[in-house]
Design a protein around this ligand. Structure first.
Ligand code: GDP
Length: 288
C-alpha cells in the first residue's frame, strides 16, 4: 500500500512516534541495507533525540555484503550502533537483544549498583514503509501478529510483545516515518528497489535509472543475467537489448513497458544478484 505523504500526515506520524517514544527505552531504526541512507527518514535524528538507538540494516540478504560491511564500519566510526540482519529468514536477530543490552548497559549498571534489578527492555521499531517492520516484529515475537496497516494514523490498542529471545518487549505498532522523497535521486533509488510503488514515478524512467545504476555498479551481474556482451551503450539501448533477448518484441519493436516491468521485478527479487545502490563515499560527498 502506498502512503501519500501530505504535510498533515507527516505531522501526525511524527506526533505518533513521539507519543510512543515516551513508553520505550530503545529505538530500533530499520533501514534497507541496499540503501542505508536513502531509506532513512530525513528527520529521524531529531524525532528520536534523547533515546538510545540501534540502526538495523535489514534485507541484508539482498544487499552487497562487501558494501554492508563498509557501511557498518563507517557508521560505527561515527559512534552509531549498527547491525545487519535478514528479518525475512530470521538471520542475525539475536543481535537485536545484544544491541539493546549494549545501549542500556550504563543505565542497568547504575540500577544494579543501587540494588535494583533492571526490568525487561522496552523497544519501538521505526522505519519508512516497506523496510520490513512488520516482518521483524513477527519474527521477534515468533508468531504472526496483526500489525496495523501501512498507514500512519490508523489507531489500535497498543500491546507489548514479549520477544522469543532475550528479556525484551516490543510495541506491536511500529513507528512509520516518511522517506526523503523530495530528493529525486533518493526517490528513484527507493523506486528501483521497490520501497515505493511504481505508480509514483514513470516505470520506464525507473527502469532506465536502474540500468544506469547497474551499468556502473554491477556491470558483470547485468551482463550475466541478460546474456549481454557489452553494456557500455546508452541505458535505453541496453534496455532494448534486454527486451530483444527476452523476446519482448511486437511488430518489430521492443515492448519497453514489459521489459521495464520484468527488469524491475528481477532487480527486486535478486535475480540480478545482490546489489547496494549507494556507497559511503557517495554520501560523504553529499553531506560534506
Ligand atoms: P513494513 O511496511 O516496514 O512493515 O514492511 P514489511 O514487513 O511488510 O516488509 C515489506 C516486504 O519486504 C515484504 O515483502 C517482506 O517479505 C520483505 N522483507 C522484509 N524483511 C526482509 C528481509 O530481511 N529480506 C528480504 N529479502 N525481504 C524482506
Amino acid at each position: 500500500m502506498t502512503i501519500q505523504w501530505f504535510p498533515g500526515h507527516m505531522a501526525k506520524a511524527r506526533r505518533e512516534v513521539t507519543e510512543k517514544l515516551k513508553l520505550i527505552d530503545v529505538v530500533i531504526e530499520l533501514v534497507d541495507a541496499r540503501l542505508p541512507m536513502s531509506s532513512r527518514n530525513p528527520m529521524v535524528e531529531q524525532i528520536t533525540a534523547g533515546k538510545p538507538r540501534l540502526i538495523v540494516l535489514n534485507k541484508s540478504d539482498m544487499a552487497d555484503a562487501r558494501l554492508t560491511e563498509k557501511w557498518m564500519h563507517a557508521l560505527r566510526k561515527d559512534g552509531v550502533d549498527v547491525i545487519a540482519v535478514d528479518a525475512k529468514h530470521s538471520k542475525g536477530l539475536g543481535q537485536i537483544h545484544e544491541g539493546a543490552l549494549r545501549l542500556m548497559k550504563d543505565k542497568h549498571d547504575r540500577m544494579r549498583d543501587k540494588g535494583r534489578n533492571p526490568s525487561a527492555i522496552r523497544a519501538l521499531i521505526i522505519g519508512i514503509p516497506n523496510v520490513g517492520k512488520s516482518t521483524l516484529i513477527n519474527r521477534l515475537a515468533g508468531r504472526n501478529i496483526a500489525i496495523t496497516g501501512d498507514r500512519p494514523g490508523v489507531t489500535k490498542r497498543q500491546q507489548w510483545i514479549k520477544m522469543k529471545t532475550g528479556e525484551m518487549e516490543l510495541l506491536d505498532t511500529p513507528g512509520i516515518l516518511w522517506p526523503k522523497f523530495d530528493d529525486q535521486l533518493v526517490g528513484y533509488r527507493l523506486a528501483a528497489t521497490g520501497a515505493i510503488k511504481d505508480d509514483i514515478l514513470n516505470i520506464d524512467d525507473i527502469a532506465l535509472f536502474a540500468i544506469r545504476e547497474l551499468k556502473s555498479r554491477y556491470p558483470e551481474q547485468l551482463k550475466a543475467r541478460y546474456r549481454l556482451q557489452d553494456v557500455s551503450g546508452e541505458a535505453v539501448e541496453v534496455l532494448e537489448a534486454i527486451g530483444k533477448n527476452r523476446g519482448f518484441v511486437t511488430g518489430g519493436y521492443v515492448d519497453f513497458e514489459r521489459t521495464s516491468e520484468m527488469l524491475l521485478h528481477e532487480l527486486r527479487t535478486e535475480k540480478i544478484g545482490r546489489v547496494t545502490l549507494e556507497t559511503v563515499e557517495e554520501w560523504a560527498t553529499v553531506t560534506e
